[in-house]
Design a binder for this molecule. Structure first.
Ligand SMILES: [Zn+2]
Ligand SMILES: [Zn+2]
Length: 299
């Protein structure tokens, strides 16, 4: 999987940071998470055609995460898109997109399927290729979602074992890989011994939430956790700001949930550098980086 951090700012874009927008690429599929203002341009800068996107996932409808939805639709309409666009967002998304389509004169010739995602606990939203996207509610005041993308586990041939039967390349191995026991020259090779499961990758996106303990189980074992850290813990937080995480809280979440890599994002414009965020997080979780706009992370 490949993550491109298109936009990494908070409410206000800065010279170096655009509004939140994250692109996940896997096996020919481009999934866009959040579409802040300028998302389509950030895609261009990343060398990705906006037209390759069929699925947009919106965490919530605060402007920093969604002002670019109109821009994306405008871009699709201008490019004479014909295939369907899917938008997944929290409760009320359908109504919001309906309003958007009335506000602007898009002249679009494609269907927009808007899905209101209302999870109780952890809910599967959609399967795209061999990825399953799930959502969970986070605590940000209004309706706000976190997302999790899990690649299917893949059954692989245990060549070291099948070799003992003189079987390294044979159509029968395909059957074994599909999960069926096989018999070769009178000898039985079981799925259990002849194959192993390679666990699929897991990506989680947590943004715009205060800390709550259930977050740990939602992101458990992720290969990459992309998590907001709007503030540093040293700064006294105003009530409004308490619906966000600090770098320390993001790092504690990564530690408690056993994720492999933490990428921090959604930095308040009050900070000129993300270095203190990494420093703060490293006290609790070593494998951490601060996202910059247009960074590509393979995992
Ligand atoms: Zn935000
Ligand atoms: Zn927000």
């Amino acid at each position: 999987m490949k993550l491109v951090t298109l936009g990494t700012s908070c409410m206000f874009p800065t010279k170096k940071r655009s509004h939140p927008a994250m692109l996940l690429f896997h096996d020919g599929n481009y999934l866009l998470f959040d579409a802040g203002e300028g998302a389509q341009r950030q895609l261009r800068l990343a060398g990705i055609s906006p037209m390759s996107i069929n699925d947009i996932f919106i965490t919530h409808w605060h402007g920093d995460h969604s002002l670019g939805v109109a821009g994306m639709i405008n871009c699709f309409a201008g490019n004479r898109r014909t295939n369907d666009l899917n938008i997944y967002g929290p409760k009320g998304s359908k109504e919001r997109v309906d309003h958007l389509l009335k506000v602007f004169d898009f002249k679009q010739d494609f269907n927009i399927n808007v899905h209101d995602v209302i999870p109780r606990g952890f809910k599967e939203v959609v399967r795209i290729g061999d990825l399953v996207v799930s959502a969970f509610r986070v605590r940000h005041g209004g309706h706000c979602l976190g997302f999790c993308v899990k690649e299917d586990d893949k059954r692989r041939i245990n060549i070291a074992y099948t070799k003992k039967f003189g079987l390294t390349q044979h159509p029968l191995l395909g059957k074994l890989q599909r999960g069926e026991d096989i018999t070769y020259e009178g000898k039985r090779i079981s799925v259990e011994k002849g194959t192993y499961l390679k666990e699929g990758k897991k990506f989680c996106y947590v943004t715009d939430t205060r800390y709550f303990p259930e977050l740990v189980s939602f992101v458990e074992g992720a290969d990459l956790l992309l998590c907001e850290s709007t503030y540093l813990s040293a700064d006294e937080l105003k009530t409004m700001e308490r619906n966000h995480l600090t770098a320390e809280q993001a790092a504690m979440l990564a530690k408690d949930s056993g994720v492999k890599k933490l990428v921090l994002t959604h930095f308040s414009q009050r900070y000129t550098s993300a270095n203190p965020f990494v420093k703060e997080a490293k006290k609790y979780f070593p494998n951490v980086v601060a996202a910059e706009d247009l960074m590509t992370i393979e995992f």
